[in-house]
Design a protein around this ligand. Structure first.
Ligand SMILES: Cc1ncc(COP(=O)(O)O)c(C=O)c1O
Length: 452
């Protein structure tokens, strides 16, 4: 297939987005009115007209996360190669559930994941799968950890466990983990919130205290979740210390590196994730800092047998296993029918190469430093500490929500509001687009000075 036209269109759309507004003020009533008036689905409509209309809606009625001045949550601009990958996946629509149905697609995913597992420093026997996102990967981690910690869990469920299993994390961990605990049947009460130090990193002494106390009280500690780039403030927990503690205490060590995991690509940033190589499992999202379209999460686990046990499936209607050396993803992951999620990452890695990614990720990290610097010089107070490009800041007497409303009204940038620790709300800006330039930051900070 010739993708020249698609890529030309992609490049034109990206350029138009960069020149246009970043924030939309549309109301649900406006959109519903339009949809009700245009689409009753009774008669077929021409595809060109529908596509033009949908594009117009997307162009004007959303926060443009691929805009250079989108400094929001971990939603990236997407590389052209990854767009081609997602398109190819849709066109060929391979079914990845069983290896035999899609040998090429399965091997492409396996190859990509094995390469990344090595980047994390995980052993060669590591098993990995693409997931819908970080939440599915975190759920997989909890289910596999339960399976390994409580062998009767797979057949008998939690009622076979002689006590209440508990998970340890900090308030910085993604809230999705609470939902994961609910879905896994543990309930939110299974989650123990560990205190943090002044940089919001997990406090090991408090962790040790809580684990010991829980054991004394008959609870069953089984898992610790360390942050490698927390959502609110980019916090990286002391991963090496946590790994050591988990080993000593026989606990499962999961690292949520949904966004920050991409830092292992660069020698300069990788040092900050030291200890991640000792994790029992890792969550990392390609649809965050690897700059590919949603949804592309990844789950890595160094215990293949536990993964196989957690997700085993004995059915007669699937194609028979081909050889011992290949895995059927429907027996090693939560999903059954599987889209070719990994192609967008494979194409993007192959096209940009490791060096291209190193440059992209380090440039974004440097822009984070520049933003910190510009803000401080302009009198803002930066309240978080991280080597990653997430900057949380405020100023004496700032009304964050009013400030953000003005920021949006003037189409200066999209940033968000967050509470860091127990403090008052502050502004959070993340360099999440590889399209952001130094000049964007200089302009944004100067414009913000006129609002605050
Ligand atoms: C650290 C972290 N973990 C997990 C998640 C959830 O990932 P997803 O939205 O891909 O399900 C996020 C989302 O931003 C995140 O930042």
């Amino acid at each position: 297939m010739d993708f020249d036209e698609l890529l030309r269109g992609f490049s034109e759309v990206s350029a138009a987005i960069a020149k246009g507004p970043v924030v939309s003020t549309v109301t649900a009533a406006e959109i519903r009115g339009h949809l009700d008036s245009q689409y009753d689905f009774r008669q077929p409509l021409g595809l060109d007209a529908i596509v033009a209309d949908v594009e117009q809606m997307l162009r004007t009625w959303q926060v443009q996360v691929t805009h250079p001045r989108y400094m929001g949550l971990y939603n990236p601009s997407v590389t052209p190669a990854s767009v081609v990958g997602d398109t190819l996946a849709a066109i060929y629509n391979p079914q990845l559930a069983a290896w035999r149905t899609s040998p090429a697609a399965n091997e492409i995913e396996r190859h990509t994941l094995a390469w990344l597992a090595a980047k994390f420093g995980l052993p060669t026997e590591t098993i990995a799968t693409f997931t819908s996102g970080g939440t599915e990967a975190n759920l997989s981690a909890v289910v596999v950890a339960l399976t390994r910690s409580f062998p009767a869990y797979v057949e008998q469920g939690l009622r076979s466990v002689p006590g209440s299993p508990s998970i340890y994390l900090t308030r910085q961990a993604h809230y999705g983990l609470h939902r994961v605990a609910r879905v896994a049947g543990l309930g939110c009460a299974a989650i123990r919130i560990v205190e943090t130090d002044s940089h919001l990193k997990m406090d090991l002494a408090d962790l040790a205290r809580k684990v010991a106390e829980d054991r004394r009280n008959g609870f069953l500690p089984f898992m610790i979740v360390g942050n490698a780039g927390s959502t609110a403030a980019g916090v990286i927990d002391p991963l090496a210390d946590l790994a050591r503690f988990c080993k000593e205490e026989n606990l499962w060590f999961h690292v949520d590196a949904a966004w920050g995991g991409a830092a292992v690509m660069t020698p300069r940033l990788k040092t900050h994730l030291h200890g991640i190589e000792a994790a029992d499992s890792i969550t990392c999202d390609a649809h965050k800092w690897f700059s590919v379209p949603m949804g592309a999460g990844m789950f890595f686990c160094r215990h293949p047998n536990a993964v196989r046990e957690a997700f085993r499936a004995d059915v007669t209607f699937m194609p028979a296993k081909s050889a011992e050396t290949v895995a059927d993803p429907y027996t090693t992951s939560l999903q059954w029918s599987r889209r070719f999620i990994g192609l967008k990452l494979f194409l993007s890695l192959a096209h940009h190469g490791e060096s291209g990614y190193v440059e992209m990720i380090e440039r974004q990290a440097s822009l984070g430093e520049l933003l910190r610097d510009l803000l401080q010089r302009a009198g803002w107070r930066v309240v978080n500490t991280t080597p990653l490009p997430v900057v949380c800041f405020t100023r004496e007497g700032l009304d964050t929500s009013k400030f953000l409303a003005e920021l949006y009204r003037h189409q200066i940038a999209w940033m968000s509001e967050v509470r860091v620790g127990d403090g008052a709300p502050v502004v959070r800006a993340c360099i999440t687009s590889f399209r952001t330039r130094e000049s964007d930051l200089e302009w944004v900070v100067s414009q913000m000075g006129q609002l605050a």
